[in-house]
Design a protein around this ligand. Structure first.
Ligand SMILES: O=C(O)CCC(=O)C(=O)O
Ligand SMILES: [Fe+2]
Length: 347
């Protein structure tokens, strides 16, 4: 396994290996991009019964237009966020041998989704992304594979635990606000759908500088297969873009906010009223970039379908019932081919 970090360090010429060069996507990396005016929602105000009207309106408009939004005043300690960022950066800064103790290839060189390394390679001509990743299951807590949780930097495990706890509360609050927006009888509808064995994965992504941003993606266009994703984007280097009306928009960096992305699972449960946005990460020649995402998914053993309250004669169910485990299993094959798995369950 060659990591992208090694490639980036070794490249003397302004060239990248063929395997990383995008040929299949019509959309060019360097198409003119515009900064997206993505709303920032004040989470404290959203929760305050006497003062939530404006924020609720913003939330509705953000979800309907962008499928993503930022939250300020989110209750996740600034110190926890900073420490999470620093600890992840320190992890990637270590020598390769150290990181490979947590490799996502088992002793037979078979890919397992958890651990450190590249994406799964499922076909020899798969276009690779310019990123290395540390991918860990964080919840259910009793299913953590601690052997793959870095022991260095020393605070990594504690801080990831803390970060997840803080973000979990935020995610539940937002799911309740979303159920209210949809006027569901039960504001806990989405929280309950997650189930007792809901899955939370942490994805620390490292994107080294890249000599050919015109040819190589940090991450291919995709929508997230989650219920929602909480993203701590890099606080200094942009690169995340979202597709709207056929145009790629830059997602701005707004200090001290977290980014929330609507995922496919809530698109299905909301019967398409919420849409998971297609987004991608582009590379740049000058600066490395780091992000930490928390992926929230319904218990893989459960099935999801459009909420019966959102299905009627005027708006029949737009998606078939699907077992979450099966959805996730096919997600990656589609991702590698640049296709959207949600299209396969549309009625
Ligand atoms: O790195 C980012 O900003 C976004 C990453 C992302 O979209 C993902 O991991 O699904
Ligand atoms: Fe994503």
């Amino acid at each position: 396994m060659t990591t992208v970090q090694e490639l980036a360090g070794a490249l003397g010429t302004p060239d990248v290996p063929e395997l990383y060069v995008v040929r299949t996507h019509k959309d060019q990396q360097l198409s003119a991009t515009v900064v997206a005016p993505i709303p920032v929602i004040d989470h404290g105000r959203l929760l305050n019964k006497d003062d939530s009207a404006d924020e609720t309106k913003k939330l509705r408009s953000a979800i309907e237009s962008w499928g993503l939004f930022m939250v300020s005043n989110h209750g996740v300690d600034a110190e926890v966020i900073d420490s999470m960022r620093v600890a992840s950066k320190e992890f990637f800064r270590q020598p390769l041998e150290e990181k490979q103790r947590y490799s996502n290839l088992n002793c037979d060189e078979q890919f397992q989704s958890e651990g450190y390394g590249n994406d799964r390679v499922s076909s020899p001509d798969q276009t690779r992304d310019w990123t290395d990743r540390l991918y860990l299951k964080v919840e259910p807590e009793d299913e953590r594979c601690m052997a793959l949780w870095p022991a260095h930097p020393k605070n990594f495990r504690d801080i990831l635990h803390e970060f997840t706890k803080n973000c979990g509360q935020l995610k539940d609050d937002l799911l309740r606000a979303m159920a209210k927006l949809l006027e569901l009888d039960d504001e806990d509808y989405f929280v309950d759908q997650l189930g007792k064995k809901a899955l939370t994965n942490a994805r620390c992504s490292y994107y080294p500088q890249c000599p050919r941003p015109d040819l190589v993606f940090g991450l291919k266009p995709h929508s997230d297969g989650t219920v929602v994703t909480v993203l701590m984007a890099d606080d200094n280097v942009g690169g995340l873009q979202v597709l709207r009306d056929g145009v790629w928009w830059d997602v701005p960096i707004v200090p001290h906010t977290l980014l929330i992305l609507i995922g496919d699972q809530i698109e299905i449960m909301s019967n398409g009223i919420f849409k998971s946005p297609v987004h991608r990460v582009i590379t740049n020649t000058k600066k490395e970039r780091l992000s930490v995402a928390l992926d929230y998914s319904v218990d893989p053993e459960r099935e999801i379908e459009p909420s019966p309250q959102l299905v009627n004669q005027k708006r029949p169910a737009l998606y078939r019932k699907v077992k979450v485990k099966d959805y996730i299993a096919t997600y990656y094959n589609h991702f590698f081919e640049g296709k959207m798995v949600i299209d396969t369950i549309k009625i």
